[in-house]
Design a protein around this ligand. Structure first.
Ligand code: CMC
Length: 428
């Protein structure tokens, strides 16, 4: 069997044989298909990249029909069970699970870089008291590029490594500072004796106690949530990271753009939207009416549906289990009942079943975050912290891929043909 695709152009009767590699043809191979020699040649039209692979990647594998997610070949369920966030970040960034010495070294490196420059505090102080923490977060990440001009050396391996460590270490501090700003509390310095997630909780919630002791169940739950959110192949924000990074800008600027993409309600802002939706529904009795309105096209069931998963999102399954553990400590989130009822009805309803709409990662994560004491505004920021690992790994992979160039899609022009300029006094 030849690994080729034969295309017949019925306009000319000519045939073309295109090589197939990994189930794909190269869009550039279509360019030779022309009716007359001086025309541009055939392109593909694929709004929203529904069926276009824009890169070859060795980081994350998803099988959306079977509900499989793996980082570097390791199933997400096993990582969520046995790993912790820093180890998983190492795996995603460098390709292999660290040996004990590597893990120690990596943890020490990250821990040494958790502090922020004092001027970053002043920068954050410039925001209004009610600024959305995600707006503050993404601006502050962008501002880091001015603190580390050496980050412009993107083809210097040691510089990339340093920016990687800085970013992984500093995003929790930025996130916590943004949160403390919105509630008018003083910033809390990192505690290097605590774990990555434990220290983050410390920077968020420490009050007057001499030492903050994170609740081990909540610390572990947050860490697992971080593992689940660490990468998700070519999603909207990762695509932004790669696209912006392809201009060879520094990683802080690219990551600010990726965080901006994550902010949107169809992406990382979805769990915030889920909570607002559940609050609006208010009680179980209102669930059937809400489902009816969704089916009539009046809004979406937030936290349901996914571009890639056409079965239960494997992350949502793990999150549901974590929710039970967290609620044992914090007490049940009163919105849980509404969420469970929405899920029950939606999974039986032909509208959702026929469209293969299942709960995604965001359906239950917001309930956990809320029970842990996070305000809804912080949810997208909580997503951005672990996704930083994925963004950097994908950025690095893009930079070191000899086939990648500045990202520049084509268009199908549908505007007016050439016309002569009309002077102002002659316009109708
Ligand atoms: N509620 C109701 N109907 C929906 C939903 C939903 N949540 N999602 C999709 N549909 C319908 C949509 O109306 C369309 O119906 P029809 O064929 O009759 O026009 C059909 O399902 C296909 O939808 P689509 O918009 O073409 O699907 P997409 O792949 O472009 O969208 C999505 C994927 C995630 C943007 C979408 O499912 C959605 O808006 N979900 C709600 C927001 C959400 O939970 N986002 C978080 C995604 S997971 C976290 C992340 O990766 O960021």
């Amino acid at each position: 069997m030849a690994d080729t695709l034969t295309i017949t152009d019925n306009r000319t009767g000519r045939q073309y044989e295109l090589p197939i590699q990994d189930g794909t043809i190269r869009a550039m191979d279509l360019r030779q298909i022309k009716v007359v020699p001086d025309e541009f040649g055939m392109m593909t039209y694929d709004p929203a990249f529904m069926n276009t692979a824009a890169c070859r990647s060795a980081i994350t594998y998803i099988d959306g029909d079977k509900g499989i997610l793996m980082y570097r070949g390791y199933p997400i369920e096993e990582l969520a069970e046995h790993s912790d966030f820093l180890e998983t970040a190492f795996l995603i960034l460098f390709g292999e699970l660290p040996n004990p010495a590597q893990l120690d070294g990596w943890t020490r490196e990250v821990t040494l870089h958790t502090m922020l420059h004092e001027n970053i505090k002043k920068f954050l102080e410039g925001f209004r008291y009610d600024a959305h923490p995600m707006g503050m977060f993404l601006s502050a990440v962008g501002a880091l590029s001015t603190f580390y001009p050496d980050a412009k050396n993107i083809f210097d391996v040691s510089s990339r490594r340093l920016q990687t460590v800085r970013l992984i270490a500093k995003v929790p501090s930025l996130a916590a500072y943004a949160y403390r700003h919105t509630i008018g509390r003083p910033y809390v310095l990192p505690d290097n004796e605590l774990s990555f997630s434990g220290n983050f909780l410390n920077m968020l919630f420490k009050m007057t106690e001499p030492r903050y002791n994170p609740h081990p169940v909540l610390e572990r739950a947050l860490d697992v949530l971080f593992i689940l959110h660490a990468d998700h192949e070519q999603n909207c924000s990762t695509h932004a990271m790669r696209g912006i990074g392809s201009s060879h800008v520094d990683p802080y600027s690219a990551l600010a753009g990726a965080a901006a993409a994550l902010y949107g309600p169809l992406h990382g802002g979805a769990n915030e939207a889920v909570l607002r939706m559940l609050t609006e529904i208010g009680s179980i009795q209102n669930v059937p009416g809400f489902i009816k309105r969704v089916k009539n096209g009046e809004g979406r069931l937030m936290g349901f549906g996914h571009r890639v998963y056409k079965s239960y999102d494997p992350r949502a399954k793990i999150i549901k289990r974590i929710a039970d553990l967290v609620f044992e400590v914090t007490g049940k989130n009163p919105l849980l009942e509404i969420a469970l009822e929405l899920e029950r009805i939606a999974l039986e309803d032909d509208y959702f079943v026929s469209r293969k709409l299942y709960p995604n990662v965001d359906f239950y994560s917001g309930l956990i975050y809320q029970a842990m004491g996070f305000p809804v505004d912080m949810f997208a920021v909580l997503f951005a912290i672990p996704r930083t690992a994925g963004w950097i790994a994908q950025w690095e992979e893009m930079l070191t891929d000899s086939e990648q160039k500045i990202a520049r899609p084509r268009q199908v022009y549908i505007g007016s043909p050439r016309r002569a300029y009309v002077s102002r006094d002659k316009r109708k």
